[in-house]
Design a binder for this molecule. Structure first.
Ligand SMILES: NC(=O)c1ccc[n+]([C@@H]2O[C@H](COP(=O)([O-])OP(=O)(O)OC[C@H]3O[C@@H](n4cnc5c(N)ncnc54)[C@H](O)[C@@H]3O)[C@@H](O)[C@H]2O)c1
Length: 344
């Protein structure tokens, strides 16, 4: 068993944003080609507690580098009041040769970067033929870990990005975020807009990553031609979803668990409001030219397949670099006899 700590995972990922994006594209394309197995996530909740949860996401991705994994990710939103991150996670990789567990990875960075990379890839695809001004600015609603990573990957995918508008219910979080951006990326102009409506209207790319549990805003303030990355999935009213052009990662996954799309589906009794899945756009099985009059909402449920491909990338790189802690006698002798079992 190889244990990869937060520092091991971060060292691998910090040097390879493009490799992260490649892993995410691979996962989406494999999913589109039906080379994945992604059972529905299981939500563990606690009695009399609507806030905290731990989610299990099992996944298999086939292709050249097959991988089987389980992400077990906790969300405790109150942690941020104690200067602790909301999400924490572990990812278990199993051999696809004999099923044995081969690696345990710290999962919060993998989870955040796969989410952000998927959002940035979607933003790039959905604005590929848009005028330059569309790709020059972004509004970030919710100034936490995920939108910080989104900005990192948007910079890679949209090299003309120059202006960032922030909004958070907690003004201190917005100010602290602005400070981090100024230190890390001094070429970006950052402003902390007025309220949420001003942020929605400021740019034609908007990323929403809050901890809202129920819809609290509509797309009405957005300019025509806005692409909304609806990562937290429960912010937009069902009416806004029904009025928008909707792109998802997997319609079966995203239309559940009280997401805005789930509420929209319950309201109309069908999923005809979903226009495309992102894998179809990446493989050009479908196309969605930029429409300067439309509002496009990308709602990715967050497939375990993304964690699997990125965890496999981290595992392979860490193994080459001899990172991590090996526990040679984790399994019984009879469980770990197969030669050549290197995490595949
Ligand atoms: N779709 C996916 O694949 C995926 C993956 C990972 C995380 N997420 C989601 O992304 C969200 C953000 O995660 P994070 O780690 O950045 O959380 P975080 O706790 O670090 O930050 C969330 C921020 O949102 C702010 N906020 C809460 N409600 C708000 C509102 N109504 N308007 C504006 N700001 C508000 C909070 O003050 C906080 O600063 C979570 O809901 C998480 O479940 C989605």
């Amino acid at each position: 068993m190889l244990i990869l700590r937060h520092s091991d995972v971060t060292t691998v990922l910090d040097s390879s944003d493009e490799a992260v994006c490649q892993a995410i594209r691979t996962a989406y394309v494999a999913h589109c080609r039906r080379e994945t197995s992604v059972p529905h996530s299981v939500f563990l909740r606690f009695p009399n507690d609507t806030s905290n949860r731990i989610i299990a996401l099992p996944a298999y991705v086939g292709g050249d580098r097959p991988v089987a994994s389980l992400k077990w990710i906790a969300s405790f939103p109150g942690n941020i009041q104690h200067d602790q991150e909301r999400a924490s996670a572990a990812i278990l990789l199993n051999s696809v040769v004999d099923g044995t567990p081969v690696a345990l990875l710290e999962g919060s960075v993998i989870s955040a970067r796969r989410t952000a990379a998927s959002a940035a890839i979607a933003a790039a695809v959905l604005t590929a033929d848009a005028p330059d001004y569309v790709r020059a600015g972004v509004s970030l609603i919710g100034c936490g870990v995920i939108n910080h990573e989104v900005l990192r990957f948007l910079r890679g995918q949209l090299p003309r990005l120059r202006r960032v508008t922030l909004f958070d219910l907690d003004a201190d979080r917005a100010r602290a975020f602005a400070g981090r951006v100024a230190d890390q990326w001094p070429d970006l102009e950052v402003d902390i807009g007025g309220g949420i409506d001003a942020a929605l209207a400021a740019h034609r790319i908007v990323s929403i990553a809050t901890t809202a549990a129920t819809p609290h805003t509509s797309t009405e303030p957005c300019q025509p031609g806005t692409v909304l990355l609806h990562l937290s999935l429960r912010d937009l009213t069902p009416e806004s979803i029904l009025a928008a052009t909707n792109v998802v990662d997997d319609a079966d996954h995203v239309c559940r668990a009280g997401t805005s799309l789930d509420l929209a589906q319950q309201a109309v009794g069908h999923r005809g409001f979903i226009t495309a899945e992102i894998g179809d756009l990446l493989t050009e099985r479908a196309s969605l030219p930029y429409d300067p009059t439309a509002t496009v909402v990308f709602s990715p449920f967050g497939l375990g397949a993304l964690d699997a491909t990125l965890a496999a990338h981290v595992y392979d790189t860490a193994t080459e670099l001899d990172f991590g802690v090996r526990v040679a006698d984790f399994l019984s002798d009879r469980s770990s006899r197969r030669e050549g079992n290197v995490g595949r």
